[in-house]
Design a binder for this molecule. Structure first.
Ligand code: PEP
Length: 255
């Protein structure tokens, strides 16, 4: 099987003012620098914190990369409140979360929007962390695999990539996000294996084998190892636990 380096990504969501964000990034840098970091690590702060966190990465030689939580696909113009790929690049972002369930639910983002964002990011050489996942009704009806694989196919329409590291997928069952309910490692593996098969159909077998698929949903230091032991789970997208530097650093350590 292709060796895939683990990736641990922190989604700060709408938390941390500018100065709080800088402090959290410094704390994380200190925690990580006291150990050996074998995984790739990304933090995704709110837009206004990006520049401050990129300063910590640069000046404190922090062993993590910078990600955004959203992007707009147009390059510039009259789109009040939106942020372009070039703007993200100008502050050092190398990753960007797209298709998070909170954006799909609260901001009515469609699969078509997510596909446009993926295309714009790939053209700009920013790595999309493409989120997918089912709600509890879909899961109870037993349709979770079909639902998630349809989201992936729609998001990747007309996309081809030549480097598997150019794209990351995050499987996040909605019923497990911020609820304290986690999927079991077996639940995650079932869906992540199906995602990999879908990636093979969309992008080719070789590329699919190299793409990292993360699990997200109440992941924490006490449960991350069970997920990482699974063949098709290559890391975690972490919400709540990424706001506590020592917890997030422990998760990186376990990866
Ligand atoms: C998330 O929203 O991406 C997430 C995984 O959140 P939490 O870890 O808090 O469930």
């Amino acid at each position: 099987m292709t060796a895939r380096k683990h990736l641990i990504a922190g989604n700060w969501k709408m938390n941390e003012t500018y100065s709080e964000g800088v402090t959290l990034a410094q704390e994380l840098a200190n925690c990580l620098k006291s150990g050996t970091v074998e995984a790739d690590v990304v933090v995704c702060p709110p837009f206004v914190d990006l520049k401050g966190v990129s300063g910590v990465i640069e000046f404190d030689s922090a062993p993590f990369e910078l990600g955004a939580q959203n992007v707009y696909w147009e390059p510039s113009g009259a789109y009040t409140g939106e942020i372009s790929c070039d703007m993200l690049k100008s502050v050092g972002a190398t990753y960007c979360i797209i298709g998070h369930s909170e954006r799909r639910d609260y901001f009515h983002e469609t699969d078509e929007d997510i596909n446009k964002k993926a295309q714009a990011l790939l053209s700009a050489h920013i790595i999309p962390i493409l989120c997918c996942g089912e709600d509890e009704h879909v899961r109870e009806a037993g349709n979770h695999v079909a639902h998630v694989t349809a989201q992936i196919k729609a998001a990747l329409q007309n996309i081809s990539i030549s480097d598997p590291c150019a794209l990351v997928i995050a499987y996040e069952p909605i019923w497990a996000i911020g609820t304290g309910k986690t999927a079991t490692p077996e639940d995650a593996e079932e869906v992540c294996a199906a995602i990999r098969e879908t990636l093979a159909t969309c992008l080719g077998e070789e590329i699919a084998q190299g793409i990292r698929i993360l699990y997200g949903g109440s992941a924490k230091p006490g449960n991350i190892e069970g997920f990482l032991e699974k063949d098709n789970v290559d890391g975690a997208l972490v919400g709540g636990a990424s706001l506590v530097a020592s917890d997030f650093a422990q998760m990186v350590d376990r990866a």
